[in-house]
Design a protein around this ligand. Structure first.
Ligand SMILES: C[S@@+](CC[C@H](N)C(=O)[O-])C[C@H]1O[C@@H](n2cnc3c(N)ncnc32)[C@H](O)[C@@H]1O
Length: 252
């Protein structure tokens, strides 16, 4: 899907749509943040790729284990909504100092935490704006890869691997389809906006395994969302968490 379509969609539609604006963080992200593996940490750097309206990034920013949040989003309308959402949520409880550099706009919160809003897309035809240093502990991607072709999805998964610190983790949540039940793109504000590259569960899992040695896969019930989108209760979302970012062994 062309990036301008996302912008038009967010401009006219998303804030008032229950499918897109749930007003809360995703349950799988909440579970990840609460996982024992992160207990006793207070310094994590979190990256959300395709943060949309910013609900998930805001949630992580408010968690004691998180110190830095990076929200990457190609739609300027969505990124603006995310910035406003974060500012409004924090304005009564924190001091926010705004700084800007080549990468984007950063809010420094009470002189301690940081959230950076990066206006960019990732993929084969885009720059690697986040650099190539392994500085990220947790990467969250939700409902993004299902809109991207294999080449862009592979690019992102490979790039994320370079960004993850040792022991870092990528968590991806995407609609998949069961045999015979492929969710169709749908029309909203005159545009086709549904997923175009939704993959069967096994294909989706393989995509991740091409880059990461250790992947846990769980299925999440997103039936209410799916019913809205596809009129089918058999479509669900896979959550894949990739922990091991060591290089894959070369097959001999
Ligand atoms: C279905 S929305 C999901 C937004 C958010 N993650 C959520 O779950 O509410 C897909 C998002 O992916 C973003 N996106 C599309 N292509 C992208 C790319 N190449 N790199 C990063 N984000 C992209 C879109 O702008 C859009 O915000």
């Amino acid at each position: 899907m062309r990036l301008s379509v996302w912008d038009a969609y967010y401009n006219h539609y998303a804030e008032n749509d229950v499918l897109w604006n749930r007003g809360m963080a995703d349950e799988s992200l909440v579970n990840e943040i609460l996982n024992d593996r992160w207990a006793h940490r207070t310094d994590l750097t979190f990256l959300e790729i395709g943060c949309g309206l910013g609900h998930d990034s805001l949630y992580t920013l408010l968690q004691p284990i998180i110190m830095n949040v990076i929200c990457l989003e190609p739609s300027s309308s969505a990124l603006h909504s995310a910035m406003v959402r974060v500012r409004v949520a924090l304005s009564n409880i924190s001091t926010i100092i705004t700084t800007r550099d080549d990468r984007g706009t950063t809010f420094v919160i009470d002189g301690v935490k940081r959230v950076t809003f990066v206006h960019a897309a990732l993929g084969v035809n885009f720059s690697t704006i986040l650099g190539s240093e392994p500085l990220i502990d947790l990467v969250w991607i939700r409902s993004v890869l299902q809109h991207l072709c294999d080449a862009d999805a592979h690019f992102i998964l490979s790039y994320v691997k370079t960004l993850l610190r040792p022991g870092g983790r990528l968590v991806v949540k995407e609609f998949i389809f069961c045999p015979g039940v492929k969710p169709e793109p749908f029309v909203a504000c005159g545009q086709m906006v549904g997923p175009q590259h939704t993959r069967p569960s096994a294909t989706f899992a393989q995509l991740l395994r091409d880059h990461y040695r250790s992947c846990e896969i769980t299925q999440s019930s997103m039936q209410s969302l799916c019913t809205l989108k596809t009129n089918s209760s058999t479509v669900c979302a896979d959550v894949i968490s990739c922990t091991d970012n060591a290089p894959k062994p070369v097959r001999g």
